[in-house]
Structure formats: C-alpha cells, structure tokens
Design a protein around this ligand. Structure first.
Ligand SMILES: [Zn+2]
Length: 120
C-alpha cells in the first residue's frame, strides 16, 4: 500500500495553484487519485436544481475539490512551520511486549507528529 506523508486531519499548506499559501485541514485522502481534500481549499461552486424528491432546495453549493498531494505540504503543529516529514522508529512496550512503532517527525523541530485519523 502506498504511504503518504500526509495523513487525515493534518494541517497542510497549499504550495501551488490558485489557493497557494492557504492553510487547511485534510478532510480526506483519495489514494487512488493521489489527491487530498483540504478544508476550504480549491472550492468550486455547484449550481443545483431543486429536487423535491429528496427535498433538496436548489441553489449554489460550495464544495471542496481534491488537489494533488504534491501541491500541499504539512504544517508542523509544534513549530507552526511548513515542513518536510521524516520517519523514525520508536520502541515502546505494548501488552508487556517490546514493540517498534513508526512515527512521523518534523524535520525542522524534530517533534513527533500526530498520526492523524484512526485506522479502521
Ligand atoms: Zn516542527
């Protein structure tokens, strides 16, 4: 499985395109398309007709459109800088057994980053 350096719920900065410089939270990762959905970034307005069958009023709906993963960069929650993310292993004890866990860390301040959304 492909591993992204960006996880759900990360705060990312857009580095290319019309929303360059914007910050937003990652709402969804679309692995198949190498794209992410970022809150309030790459908004598109959709005009909809009223549909009485599902009781949907017509009008303008603003909606995030996915952007390519290479166009965003993670912002570190500790040092508040856009940063590159590295990986390292930490040893921990799990159920009395030593185990090794892979964590992400900020290459600028060395702080470990949260692992983002829970795996289901
Ligand atoms: Zn940092």
């Amino acid at each position: 499985m492909k591993q992204y350096r960006i996880h759900k719920d990360d705060v990312v900065m857009v580095i290319a395109g019309k929303d360059k410089g914007k910050l937003g939270r990652v709402l969804k990762i679309l692995r198949k398309h190498d794209r992410v959905l970022v809150e309030k970034v790459n908004m598109a307005v959709r005009h909809t007709k009223p549909n009485p069958q599902i009781q949907q009023p017509g009008g303008r709906i603003e909606k995030e459109m996915p952007i390519h993963v290479s166009n965003v960069i993670v912002q570190c929650p500790s040092c508040k800088q856009s940063t590159r993310v590295g990986y390292r292993y930490i040893d921990e004890t799990k159920d009395g057994q030593p185990s090794r866990k892979r964590v992400r860390f900020c290459k600028k301040c060395n702080e470990i980053l949260a692992q983002g959304g829970k795996k289901k």
